[in-house]
Design a protein around this ligand. Structure first.
Ligand code: SAM
Length: 348
């Protein structure tokens, strides 16, 4: 467990400033990821080992709603719900409904997204849309049932996830994005099949470089399938065309093919870090703020709330925490320290 900054009883009022939430490097923080549970029904080889000995500290839905509201009043415009596996979380639809009623400082609805492994998505896609979810990302690391099972360590799940992707499209949770973490020795041969999948299914496929955030501690620089290798494989399939970023803080480098059919994004936090444009903070399922995936320190927002903190005190705590956001991560550098919590606990 990462060290936690204790809530201070003498926090300054957060009301003083209507300035947007900005860190000391001038990065505007507009994107919040909330992990709504540590639980997961998969055991992906690059993420987690299992549930053995797990202690869950998920909070009541109302508590996430209150913390989210304070963040939104400070300038958050986009919230992504994640986990663990968010579709396992009881009360998820209620949370989505509450979040969909919130408005940004500009008076707009939030950009409300969710990341899921898709196992329960076929039945949940329509209710999520009806509750107010805007978009969805499905994690899918192979388009081959056998490889998929080898990575997720859950037999027979590929068909369910494929049905979930299609149900999300039907429900209008567009654009449906499919995230694939590439791990050498497991699925680097899936790059071209995923390109075909994007073209045939009309979804955006995004390849993610493997980061040292797993419980099994199997990361090495050699295990990372990097951006250049992915581009080379895609170019061997069909000529690639680059696409303009959607926003300055876009994490993916975007491509389509010569005929404009299909869209591929490559998220390269290891070989082409994008920390300079990072607009994100994370809230763990036990209510701690993490200012970077690789933070060594967590900040106990829930502690402020549990001790009777007002919204203003919570806002001031958030501002002070955001101000301490790290300049960048140090993956692959000498002295790099893995965070003490893995991705499944932090919320990807
Ligand atoms: N259970 C949901 C899912 O599967 O999408 C949400 C949580 S999962 C931790 C969020 C994302 O993090 C997934 O796309 C997953 O592939 C990615 N992820 C997990 N561990 C990772 C790692 N070590 N490096 C890169 N991405 C990782």
């Amino acid at each position: 467990m990462a060290p936690v900054a204790a809530p201070s009883p003498n926090v300054l009022t957060g009301k003083s400033a209507s300035r947007p939430l900005t860190d000391r490097y001038g990065r505007a923080i507009t994107d919040l990821r909330i992990s709504v549970t540590d639980r997961c029904n998969y055991k992906c080889v690059y993420c987690r080992t299992g549930n053995e000995g797990a202690v869950y500290a998920d909070l009541p839905i109302d508590d996430y709603v209150r913390m989210a509201r304070v963040f939104v009043e400070l300038g958050i415009e986009k919230i992504r719900l994640t986990g663990g596996e968010p579709l396992l979380r009881r009360g998820l639809l209620e949370l989505v409904r509450e979040l969909s009623r919130m408005r940004t400082l500009a008076g707009e609805p939030l950009d409300l997204a969710l990341t899921t492994n898709g196992h329960l998505l076929e039945e949940m896609a329509e209710p999520l849309r009806a509750a107010g979810l805007s978009r969805i990302t499905v994690s899918m690391d192979a388009v081959d049932a056998e490889k998929f099972a080898r990575i997720t360590r859950v037999p027979g799940s590929y068909g369910r996830v494929l049905a979930g992707v299609r149900a999300a499209k039907r429900a209008g949770l567009a654009p449906v994005k499919v995230n694939c973490v590439l791990l050498r020795g497991f699925n680097e041969d899936q790059i071209v099949p995923f390109a075909q999948f994007s073209r045939e299914e009309g979804v955006i496929v995004r390849f993610i470089e493997f980061m040292p955030l797993e419980e099994d501690r199997r990361w090495t620089p050699e295990s990372v399938v990097g951006l250049k290798e992915i581009v080379a494989a895609l170019s061997g399939f069909r000529p690639l065309r680059t696409m303009a970023p959607n926003a300055a803080s876009e994490t993916a480098v975007r491509y389509t093919f010569d005929d404009g059919v299909g869209e591929i994004g490559i998220i390269a936090p290891v070989t082409q870090a994008f920390c300079g444009a990072c607009s994100r903070v994370r809230l763990t399922s036990d209510g701690k703020i993490r200012t970077c995936l690789f933070s060594q320190m967590e900040h106990d927002l829930y502690g402020v709330m549990r001790h009777g903190g007002s919204d203003e005190e919570m806002a001031a705590f958030i501002r002070r925490t955001v101000d301490q956001k790290e300049a960048r991560h140090h993956i692959g550098e000498p002295g790099f320290l893995k965070p003490s919590r893995s991705m499944v606990h932090i919320g990807g």
